[in-house]
Every structure is written in structure tokens, then in C-alpha cells.
Design a protein around this ligand. Structure first.
Ligand code: 3HC
Length: 295
């Protein structure tokens, strides 16, 4: 099987910075590419903060943290991905942007490199088929926060070779993730089940079943979820969820995947959740409070 030593990550946002960190922690050399210096610095800054926190907590030595940091190279230049063995994309959930990006990466990456998408909901084959190496293309779907969540969905699309699949499974194992293999069907396993649940929580809120806090506390206390569905939506990002809803609705044409009106309004208002400081909760104070605008 092909040996992976150097990993390229496209995007250093919510998912990309986490993937970069866990890959560097697992001993890979990582090149992370962003469109601009500002988001790159922001993402790498988050990684540095996490590494410093691990040292403070006694979970890592300063030498370990320094070694992890030294394995991460940030760039805004696709050319720096030329010698990566595996290139993984974690950019915005927009097929057009992803295809544009793959065209640029495909032109510079070495022919034997494997490509993977962290898409939450788009068909992997649509991206694979746009490259010169559809047999070396697969889905590697991480969960937020990547540093904490155990699961990695390893997605085989119709063109993925057994070798590429094995590369994905081995990569996940080396990151210490629980790998679950799934086929290339929109939403894979987890989002297929999780997204309708979260959308139903929005509908329950719209119907006055409970307040934001009551719905979240209900699911924490009554179903032992680590966080309630509305807080989880804020964590994932409502813009991402909007894109995921659209892809799932497009695939299945079922109401359970359609954007509820409240989600539409929140997106129009620019309330994307934690990343914008306000979603179902307002994060501007010491502790989050229900977004007063939703009352
Ligand atoms: N980045 C890195 N580390 C984080 C983190 C973050 N954003 N958030 C929390 N952590 C770490 C903390 O540092 C802490 O580490 P430690 O044990 O070494 O001290 C540990 O996680 C626990 O954190 P906290 O004590 O602060 O908080 P909680 O115990 O409440 O855990 C949580 C926070 C891990 C976010 C937990 O609430 C949880 O598991 N929530 C559910 C998350 C979930 O369902 N994610 C999946 C979303 S779906 C998805 O991503 C798919 C996509 O396609 C849409």
C-alpha cells in the first residue's frame, strides 16, 4: 500500500484547522492552504492555542507541542501541495468552489497523490470525476470538533480503488479515529440521521413545544446527548447546515431535509452560530444566552 508521509489540507477554517492539527499530532507533515493570509493566521492561531492549552493541562510536553507545530506549514499557494501524498479538502460546502479548487490542485499535485473530500453532503463522485484521478479519490468525513470527535466516515465512491480506500482507512487509524466505511449517498450515515433530527428541533421550537434552552436541556437530560440540537447547530454553523439541507433535499426530495423558515431567516440575518457570535444563542457575553431576536 502507498505510504502517506505528507498531507495537504485545503481550508484552515472550522474543520480544516482541526484536520491539520490531528494529522500533525499523528506525525504527518502537513501543508495547509487558505485563500488568504488572514484566515490562514486565524486557523493556525487556533491550533497554537489548543497546543498551548494541552501543555498547560499537562497533556503534552512543550517539546511535543513544538514538534507538532513544526510539522505544520501554512500557505496560500497551491504549488506548495506538489509533493503531498494525500490532499484533503475542507473548504466551503459549495460544489462549484470545490471543483474550481480541485482543478488547481490536480494541475500541481504529483500523479500518485490521493485526493479526499470532507464534504458533509455532496456526492463524492461529482468531485472525483472532475479530476484526472477518480480512482485515487475518496471521501474522508470528519466531525466537529475534529480534535475531540472519534469518528471518521471513509467513503467509497464508484470509482474509488481498493488501494485508495485502504489509504483512507489507514490514515484514519493512524489519527486514532474510529473509522466507519460508508457508500457515496448524500449525508452518508451520520448526517442522514443527525440533520433531520436537528431540523426537527427547529420545527419543534417554531411550533412552541419548548424554548431554545428547554429543547436543548430536554435532549441533554432525557437522551444523554452531550449538547442539545440547537446548540449543536450553532457549533456546526448554520451556513454549513443550510448547504447540507439543500444537498440532502436535492437528493431525497423529502420535507424532513428542507430548510425550516427560522433557519432561512437566521441565514438572511447573518446569524451563523458560534462562528458569527450569534445563532440560536448569543455568544457575546460570558455565557451564551438565548438569541433575543428569535423571541
Ligand atoms: N476544539 C478542540 N478541542 C475542543 C473543542 C474544540 N472546538 N471543544 C472542546 N474541546 C475539548 C476541550 O479542550 C476538552 O479537552 P480536555 O478533555 O482535554 O480538557 C474536551 O474537548 C471537553 O470539552 P469541554 O469540557 O469544554 O466541553 P464538553 O465536555 O461539553 O464537550 C463537546 C464539548 C466535545 C463539543 C461536546 O459537547 C460534544 O461532543 N458535543 C457534540 C458534538 C457533535 O455532535 N459533533 C458532531 C457534529 S456533526 C458534524 O460535525 C458533521 C458535519 O458534516 C456537519
Amino acid at each position: 500500500m502507498a505510504e502517506i508521509e505528507k498531507v495537504g489540507v485545503l481550508g484552515c477554517g472550522l474543520m480544516g484547522h482541526g484536520i491539520t492539527q490531528v494529522a500533525a499530532q499523528a506525525g504527518y507533515e502537513v501543508v495547509v492552504r487558505e485563500v488568504d493570509e488572514a484566515p490562514l493566521a486565524k486557523g493556525i492561531g487556533k491550533i497554537e492555542k489548543q497546543l498551548a492549552r494541552a501543555v498547560e493541562k499537562g497533556k503534552a510536553t512543550q517539546e511535543d507541542a513544538d514538534a507538532v507545530r513544526s510539522r505544520i506549514q501554512g500557505t496560500v499557494d497551491y504549488g506548495d501541495l506538489a509533493d503531498c501524498d494525500l490532499v484533503l479538502e475542507a473548504i466551503t460546502e459549495d460544489l462549484g468552489l470545490k471543483l474550481e479548487m480541485w482543478a488547481a490542485v490536480d494541475a500541481v499535485a504529483k500523479p500518485e497523490a490521493f485526493f479526499a473530500t470532507n464534504t458533509s453532503s455532496l456526492a463524492v463522485i461529482e468531485q472525483a470525476a472532475s479530476t484526472s484521478r477518480p480512482e485515487r479519490f475518496l471521501g474522508l468525513h470528519f466531525f466537529n470538533p475534529v480534535q475531540v470527535m472519534k469518528l471518521l466516515e471513509v467513503v467509497r465512491c464508484v470509482t474509488t480503488s481498493p488501494e485508495a480506500l485502504e489509504v483512507g482507512l489507514e490514515f484514519g487509524r493512524r489519527l486514532g479515529k474510529l473509522t466507519v466505511q460508508t457508500n457515496d449517498k448524500a449525508g452518508f450515515i451520520v448526517n442522514r440521521l443527525l440533520v433531520p433530527y436537528m431540523l426537527d428541533a427547529i420545527r419543534a421550537y417554531e411550533e412552541g413545544v419548548g424554548s431554545i434552552t428547554e429543547i436543548d436541556e430536554g435532549m441533554k437530560g432525557g437522551a444523554a446527548h452531550p449538547m442539545g440540537p440547537l446548540a449543536l447547530l450553532d457549533l456546526i454553523g448554520l451556513d454549513t447546515i443550510g448547504a447540507v439541507c439543500d444537498a440532502l433535499y436535492d437528493e431525497f426530495r423529502e420535507r424532513r431535509f428542507a430548510r425550516p423558515p427560522t433557519l432561512r431567516k437566521m441565514l438572511a440575518a447573518g446569524w451563523y452560530g458560534r462562528k458569527s457570535g450569534i445563532g440560536f444563542y448569543d455568544y457575546s457575553g460570558e455565557t451564551p444566552v438565548e438569541n433575543p431576536g428569535l423571541r
